[in-house]
Write a protein that binds this ligand. Structure first.
Ligand code: C2O
Ligand code: CU
Ligand code: CU
Length: 496
C-alpha cells in the first residue's frame, strides 16, 4: 500500500521522467514562445518534481541564477485528471526550504503545500492528491512564509491543467498547437542582463513590478498558430503587476474559463484584466490569418481605484514605465498548420458554477497595509526586523495563530475591503463566487468560479469548503501581491 504522504531523506531514489524539450529556448525578444513540457500525473511512483537551482540567459549578456521545478526556470505543465489520484514526489534540491502549493486545487490542508508544509533541502514531500476538481487551469508555486515572493520570482512556479475525461467542452484542446499555456510575468534585469530583484521600501509597499514582460520565461516571444480558433490559458504569475490585456488591433475574443473552471457560456471581450494569480481561458479566432499582438495597458498599483496609486504611479521605483502606456506582451502569426480545432465556439459550456444557497454566516476581512496601525508608523516599521508590517483585520500573519474556524459544507458570505490600493485576495481550499466587486453587484455567470478576486473597494464572495484543514495544516487567505503576503497580509483558518 502506498503511503498517503510522507517526507523522505536525501537517500531516497526516485525515477525522474525524461522531459523532452519541444522547442529550444532562445534568449532574445521575439524568439519562439517556449511551450512547457507536460508531466501527466496519475497514480503510482515515478512522478518526480525536483525543485532545483539553474541558470538562464534571458537576454544577451550574463546568465541569471534561477530556480525551477525539474528545469532551470519555472516548471513542467502538470496534467491531472478529475477522478484520478495523482502521486507526486516533490524533491528539494535547492539551498532553502520550499513547498509546492497547488494553487486553486480543492485538496485538504495537509496536501495543500502551504507554509506549514515547508521541507528542507535534501528532503522529498510525497503528497497523494485526490483530484476532485472540474476541468480548469490552475498553478503551483512555492509558499514558504517570508520567502514566497523571492522564490516565485526566481522561478518556482508552473501551470496545472485539470482535465475532466467525462466532459467534452468542444473547445480547442490540442496542447501546444491550439491550446496554449501563457505564464505571464514581469522581471527586471540589470545592465549585464541578469535578472534582478531589488526590493526597496516602495517595492514592498506597492509590490514589485519589473520592466520586461516574459511569457513562459521568454521576453516578448512570438507564437505561430493555425488559422482557426486558438485557446489561450493565461496565468498572471507576476508578483504584483495587474494586466489589462487586449489585442493591438482591438479584435474581439471570447473568455471561456476563469480561475476555477469553465464559464456557463463564452463571454465576448476586447479587454481582459488579470490580477496576480488570476487565470483566464480565452479563445481567439485567427481565421483571417492576420498577425496579432497581445498587449497590456500598464495598470498602476492602484488598480482601478481612482486611477492612481498612493505613491503616484506605476513603476516609479521599478522602472515599469508610466501608468497608461502600453506594454508589449507577445505576438502571434498564422502558419500553415492544419486547423484541428472545432470551427465554431460552443454556445454553452459545461460549467460547474451552481447555486450556493443562502449564506449562514458572514465574515469580514480588511486588508491592512499596516498591521492595524497608522500610516505614519508604517514608514518606520515596514522594513523593520520581522518584515511583518502588513496584516488582515489588524493582525500580521502568525503561523501559530488560527484566525478563523470554518464549518465544512456551509455557505458563507465573506466581505473584503482594503486600504489604499487594490489587493488580489486569494482563498485556499475551494473556489468561490463573486457577487459584488468594488461596491458594484456583478453577474456570477460572467465572473465564473474564482479563487482570487481583486479587492478594489468593498467586495463580497460566497464561499463554501468541502475539504478539511486542521490547525496543524490550515488553509490560507492572503493578498497575492507576494511582497504583501510575505510582509504578513495573510491569515489562516481551519475547516472541520
Ligand atoms: Cu497562490 Cu496561497 O497561494
Ligand atoms: Cu493558493
Ligand atoms: Cu496586497
Amino acid at each position: 500500500m502506498r503511503r498517503r504522504q510522507f517526507l523522505t531523506g536525501a537517500s531516497a531514489t526516485l525515477a525522474t521522467p525524461m522531459l523532452l524539450t519541444h522547442r529550444a529556448f532562445a534568449a532574445e525578444p521575439g524568439a519562439p514562445l517556449p511551450i512547457p513540457d507536460v508531466m501527466d500525473i496519475g497514480p503510482g511512483a515515478g512522478n518526480a518534481l525536483t525543485a532545483q537551482k539553474g541558470t538562464r540567459a534571458f537576454m544577451s549578456g550574463a546568465a541569471s541564477d534561477t530556480l525551477g521545478y525539474s528545469q532551470d526556470y519555472l516548471g513542467p505543465l502538470l496534467r491531472f485528471q478529475r477522478g484520478r489520484t495523482a502521486n507526486i514526489d516533490v524533491v528539494n534540491r535547492t539551498d532553502d526550504p520550499i513547498t509546492a502549493h497547488w494553487h486553486g486545487m480543492h485538496v485538504p490542508g495537509h496536501l495543500d503545500g502551504g507554509p506549514q508544509l515547508a521541507f528542507a533541502p535534501g528532503q522529498t514531500w510525497s503528497p497523494e492528491l485526490p483530484v476532485d476538481h472540474p476541468a480548469a487551469t490552475l498553478w503551483y508555486h512555492s509558499h514558504v512564509h517570508g520567502q514566497t515572493a523571492d522564490q516565485v520570482y526566481r522561478g518556482l512556479a508552473g501551470m496545472i491543467i485539470v482535465d475532466d475525461p467525462d466532459v467534452d467542452a468542444g473547445l480547442p484542446d490540442d496542447y501546444g498547437v491550439n491550446d496554449i499555456p501563457l505564464i505571464v510575468q514581469d522581471r527586471n534585469f540589470d545592465r549585464s542582463g541578469r535578472m534582478s530583484y531589488d526590493l526597496g521600501m516602495m517595492g514592498v509597499m506597492q509590490g514589485f513590478r519589473g520592466s520586461e514582460i516574459l511569457v513562459n520565461g521568454a521576453i516578448r516571444p512570438k507564437l505561430t498558430v493555425p488559422g482557426g480558433l486558438v485557446r489561450l490559458r493565461v496565468l498572471n504569475a507576476s508578483n504584483a503587476r495587474i494586466y489589462d490585456f487586449s489585442f493591438a488591433d482591438g479584435r474581439t475574443f471570447h473568455q471561456v474559463g476563469t480561475d476555477g473552471g469553465l464559464l456557463p457560456a463564452p463571454v465576448a471581450r476586447t479587454t481582459l484584466q488579470l490580477a496576480p494569480a488570476e487565470r483566464a481561458e480565452i479563445v481567439v479566432d485567427f481565421a483571417d490569418r492576420a498577425p496579432a499582438r497581445l498587449v497590456s495597458r500598464d495598470v498602476g498599483s492602484g488598480g482601478m481605484m481612482g486611477g492612481g496609486s498612493m505613491m503616484g504611479g506605476s513603476g516609479m521605483m521599478n522602472g515599469g514605465g508610466n501608468s497608461g502606456s502600453t506594454l508589449e506582451v507577445m505576438s502571434f502569426d498564422v502558419g500553415d498548420a492544419a486547423v484541428t480545432a472545432p470551427a465554431t465556439l460552443p454556445k454553452t459550456l459545461p460549467s460547474d458554477i451552481r447555486d450556493m444557497g443562502e449564506p449562514v454566516r458572514t465574515r469580514s476581512f480588511r486588508l491592512n497595509l499596516h498591521g492595524g496601525g497608522m500610516m505614519g508608523s508604517m514608514f518606520n516599521t515596514l522594513i523593520g526586523r520581522d518584515g511583518q508590517a502588513m496584516g488582515i483585520n489588524g493582525d500580521s500573519y502568525d503561523m501559530n495563530r488560527i484566525d478563523q474556524a470554518v464549518q465544512l459544507n456551509e455557505t458563507e458570505l465573506w466581505r473584503i475591503d482594503a486600504d489604499m490600493q487594490a489587493h488580489p485576495f486569494h482563498v485556499h481550499g475551494t473556489s468561490f463566487q463573486v457577487i459584488s466587486q468594488g461596491g458594484r453587484a456583478v453577474d456570477p455567470q460572467q465572473v465564473g468560479l474564482k479563487d482570487v478576486v481583486l479587492v478594489d473597494g468593498p467586495t463580497e464572495i460566497l464561499v463554501r469548503f468541502d475539504k478539511r484543514a486542521t490547525a496543524e495544516t490550515p488553509f490560507m487567505y492572503h493578498c497575492h501581491i507576494l511582497e504583501h503576503e510575505d510582509a504578513g497580509m495573510m491569515g489562516q483558518f481551519t475547516v472541520s
